[in-house]
Design a protein around this ligand. Structure first.
Ligand code: GAR
Length: 208
C-alpha cells in the first residue's frame, strides 16, 4: 500500500512509519511539508523518500500543489502525521475516505492545540491519542483507533507529551498496518476482519 505523509515539524511519527514499513506492508512514497524547516523533511531525505515543501500561506494554492503531487503519486492512503493545517471540504472530497490523521487526545475530546494541558485542567485521569478519518473540520471524523495513558497527579503537559509520543508511534504504525492488510476497513462502517466495530480499535501497549 502506497502512502503520502503530510507533516509540519519534528516528524517522529513519520520516522516510526518509515522504520516499520517493510514488514508492515506499506511504503511511504512521498512526504509533503508546509514548513521548509521541518525536521521531518530531513528524515525523509535520510530514507531516500521523495519529499516536497509546499508553501501553504494561501490554502487554495497549498492544496492545489498538494493535489498535483497526489495525482502523480496516486497513494492508497494519505497520512497526516503532525500536519497542522485544516484541509478544505473540496480537497477532502477529492480523496474521500483516504485521509487519516493522528491527534494527541481521546477524540472527540480536545480537538486543536494544548491537548495535554486541557486534559490536566479538566481533572482527567486518562488521556491518549486517536487516529481518525479526516473531514474539513479540525481533528474531526470517524475515529478508527485509540491508545490510552494514565494521568498521575504529578503529571505536567510536558510529561504527558513524553509518555504519549511513543504510544502514538505504535498506534499509528499498527493502524496503518491493519489498513494495509485490509483487516481494518470503514467503507461499510468501521469493521475489523469483516466484523462491525461499535467503537474505535484500542491499541494499548502492555504497560498500560
Ligand atoms: C503528534 O503528537 C501528533 O499527534 C500531533 O502533532 C504531533 C506531531 O509530532 N498532531 C496534532 O496535534 C494534529 N492536530 P511528530 O511531528 O513528532 O510526529
Amino acid at each position: 500500500m502506497k502512502l503520502v505523509v503530510f507533516i509540519s515539524g519534528r516528524g517522529s511519527n513519520l520516522a516510526a512509519l518509515l522504520k516499520n514499513q517493510a514488514q508492515n506492508g506499506y511504503e511511504v512514497a512521498h512526504v509533503i511539508s508546509n514548513k521548509a524547516s521541518a525536521l521531518g523533511l530531513e528524515i525523509a531525505q535520510e530514507h531516500g523518500v521523495n519529499n516536497s515543501h509546499i508553501v501553504w500561506t494561501d490554502r487554495n494554492q497549498g492544496e492545489q500543489h498538494a493535489t498535483e503531487i497526489l495525482n502523480q503519486v496516486k497513494p492508497d492512503l494519505i497520512v497526516l502525521a503532525g500536519f497542522m493545517k485544516v484541509l478544505s471540504a473540496e480537497f477532502v472530497a477529492q480523496f474521500e475516505n483516504k485521509i487519516i490523521n493522528i491527534h494527541p487526545s481521546l477524540l472527540p475530546l480536545y480537538p486543536g492545540l494544548n491537548t495535554h494541558q486541557r486534559a490536566i485542567n479538566d481533572g482527567q485521569t486518562t488521556h491518549g491519542a486517536s487516529v481518525h478519518l479526516v473531514d474539513d473540520q479540525l481533528d474531526h471524523g470517524l475515529v478508527l483507533s485509540q491508545c490510552h495513558i494514565a494521568i498521575e497527579p504529578s503529571d505536567t503537559a510536558e510529561s504527558l507529551a513524553k509518555k504519549l509520543i511513543s504510544k502514538e508511534h505504535k498506534l499509528l504504525t499498527e493502524t496503518v498496518k491493519m489498513i494495509a492488510q485490509g483487516v481494518l476497513t470503514w467503507h461499510n462502517g468501521l469493521e475489523y476482519s469483516n466484523e462491525p466495530l461499535k467503537q474505535a480499535m484500542v491499541i494499548d501497549s502492555p504497560d498500560m
